[in-house]
Design a protein around this ligand. Structure first.
Ligand code: ZN
Length: 313
């Protein structure tokens, strides 16, 4: 009963309050019929955001139909499944790393903790994003709450990139490692608090949100260049080994962000990419690739750290 109440209350928090109530039906969707999809011109304002995606919208579905829409085809299907499957892959990587990967490298308990925290951050990011795309069509309130979770999920995902990266790059420079880890926690904590304010999540602050996200990503350039300098420049073997991976990760981030902001390719052919190939779907896929690439790079630098002694003061 207590569990029921707790779960009921959590649904209320997220405005998915009719998940168990088939009486509450909205839009033109039936209980047993397929979920009806709508055109851009017919959807409520809170679902509008990309005029180049013309069809395939789910509108005002009760919670249980939002869940059922997981298994029906709409313009959100690839957005949802790209991050559900990405989350599953990263979950299995986490199990593999803890049981086989890290022990085979003779990693320490700290390595287990750092790698696991990074992968949990990625999973949180992907799951909150999948949740947003699944439940955003329920109501305006649900869309706002899940958007807040989705945006905080992106922050947590970025944190999952920063923490292992700084920990292993500055492994032999513990003072700078702590300085950057503390700075990162303050920056992310500040943005997290800002996102708790509902006003910040409105369309009016869209540009400011984008600018802050770009800045918090770009901030990583400072510790990266500082690390190259502290390591003695690009001739150092670890810099040669790890710095190109940082560059590739940034290129992936720029590619993902370009899709996110430009609405390419659908802006060149409105209606063509409604279900497959739209910019938001490409952004999702590149985000998963960036997480997997960063995890792979992290494992390589972990192996390097284990097999090479610190040579810095
Ligand atoms: Zn998304």
């Amino acid at each position: 009963m207590e569990n029921q109440m707790r779960s009921r209350s959590s649904y209320t928090i997220l405005e998915i309050d009719d998940l168990h109530n088939p009486e509450v039906l909205c839009g033109n969707s039936g209980i047993s019929g397929s979920i009806q999809l709508h055109k851009y011109d017919d959807i409520p304002a809170f679902l509008k955001g990309n005029p180049y995606v013309k069809e395939g919208y789910r509108v005002l579905l009760p919670g249980y139909l939002c869940l059922r829409s997981l298994f029906s085809w709409s313009n959100e299907s690839i957005n949802i499944w790209s991050h559900v499957l990405g989350c599953l892959i990263i979950f299995f990587l986490m199990i593999y790393d803890n049981i086989i990967g890290i022990p085979s490298l003779h990693g320490t308990k700290t390595d287990h903790v750092i790698v696991t925290i990074g992968l949990l951050c990625f999973q949180f990011c992907l799951l909150s994003s999948a949740g947003y795309h699944l439940f955003m069509c329920h109501s305006e309130k649900a869309s706002e709450r899940w958007l807040a979770l989705d945006l905080n999920g992106i922050l947590v995902g970025l944190l999952g990139c920063y923490l292992p990266g700084v920990h292993y790059a500055f492994f032999c420079m513990s003072v700078w490692r702590d300085v950057y880890l503390i700075t990162i926690c303050f920056l992310f904590g500040g943005l997290f608090c800002l996102q708790m304010k509902p006003k910040f999540l409105t369309a009016r602050y869209y540009r400011l949100r984008i600018i802050l996200y770009v800045l918090i990503c770009a901030y990583g350039i400072i510790p990266s260049l500082h690390w190259v300098w502290l390591s003695g420049g690009v001739s150092n073997p670890i810099v040669k080994f790890f710095f190109p991976k940082v560059v590739v990760e940034y290129l992936l981030a720029i590619l993902a962000f370009t899709f996110y902001i430009s609405k390419i390719p659908e802006r060149f052919s409105p209606g063509t990419f409604d279900f497959v190939g739209s910019s938001h779907q490409l952004w999702h896929i590149v985000v998963v690739i960036a997480f997997l690439y960063w995890h792979h790079a992290g494992k390589q630098i972990l192996a390097y750290r284990i097999s090479n002694q610190c040579t810095y003061p």
